[in-house]
Write a new protein. Sequence first.
Length: 93
Amino acid sequence: MARLKYETYGVSDKPLWMLKLQCAIMQEFGGYDIDPERINDVFDFAKKEVHKLQDTRDIIRSVVTVETSEWQGDISVEFLRNGRMVQKYYMAL
């Protein structure tokens, strides 16, 4: 079992949409051990949350995309804001 962890890059003052997104993901998947295979569930949930934030106009000026990345067999979910990675979620043992 693993825990969901995240890292934030290059953002000293997080915008409100990022805080809402982070809170939603951690409420859904954080705080307890989960199967590392559920990283795809995190990806699907994150995409839905980004679309929800775009629909409610919380994300207006930024183009936010969600992608997955694999490195040495570990898969992570990455958030890109205007093409630059700002946050990454991964499973930590």
